[in-house]
Design a protein around this ligand. Structure first.
Ligand SMILES: Cc1cc2nc3c(=O)[nH]c(=O)nc-3n(C[C@H](O)[C@H](O)[C@H](O)COP(=O)(O)O)c2cc1C
Length: 178
């Protein structure tokens, strides 16, 4: 089963992107990850641009959404919400309907104690408005600093690694049931 992993950060050393890579290593057997790393290539959404020929990054994004069995988002918190770049990405997949009914897990990572919980809540809200099947039991807000990962990007804390495994297993179960 194919999971499309989407980070809400453009930073080259993004904790959110690193955590998605770690998730791909902790995922249960049978869960294959695809990473979409063209966030910086997406133009600003406008309904007037949402027609053929689509901008190449948008066409690629929609193709990846279409072929995915589930979506896994991991987002930073910017000003108590998901970053504008991630909201922009979601605006591009409204008219294609590729979120509708698709199992989705919303994760957030921040060094703050709440682990970016408000960004995660804003992401969940948007996904629900878009009729994605948000898997609440696969959600995660992780309080994590760079020091919480080793040089290979592996989680140092075994409890945090177990939280990731648990969330991934629950997403996998939902995918199997869908
Ligand atoms: C413009 C800006 C706004 C931010 N606002 C918040 C915030 O409201 N709450 C929070 O917990 N962290 C906030 N942060 C911190 C980021 O969420 C944090 O640095 C996160 O780890 C960045 O994710 P990344 O490492 O994947 O890029 C903000 C950072 C920036 C640059």
């Amino acid at each position: 089963m194919r999971v499309l992993a989407l980070s809400g950060s453009l930073r080259s050393q993004s904790l959110n992107t690193l955590l998605l890579k770690e998730a791909s290593r902790l995922a249960p057997e049978g869960m294959a990850f695809t990473f979409w790393e063209q966030l910086d290539d997406l133009p600003h959404f406008s309904p007037e641009r949402d027609e053929d020929p689509l901008p190449p990054a948008v066409a690629d994004l929609r193709a990846r959404f279409h072929e995915a069995d589930a979506l896994l988002f991991c987002t930073p918190e910017y000003i108590h919400a998901m970053p504008a770049v991630l909201k922009n990405l979601l605006e591009w997949v409204v008219s294609s309907g590729d979120c509708v009914g698709k199992p989705a897990a919303a994760w957030s990572v921040s060094p703050s104690l709440e682990g970016g919980a408000r960004a995660q809540a804003s992401l969940v809200h948007t996904l629900e408005v878009m009729s994605a099947k948000v898997v609440a039991e696969a959600s995660l807000c992780l309080s994590l600093a760079r020091s919480g990962l080793d040089g290979d990007g592996r989680l140092k804390d075994s409890d945090q690694a177990a939280s990731l495994r648990g969330a991934l297993n629950r997403l996998h179960a939902q995918m199997a049931a869908s």
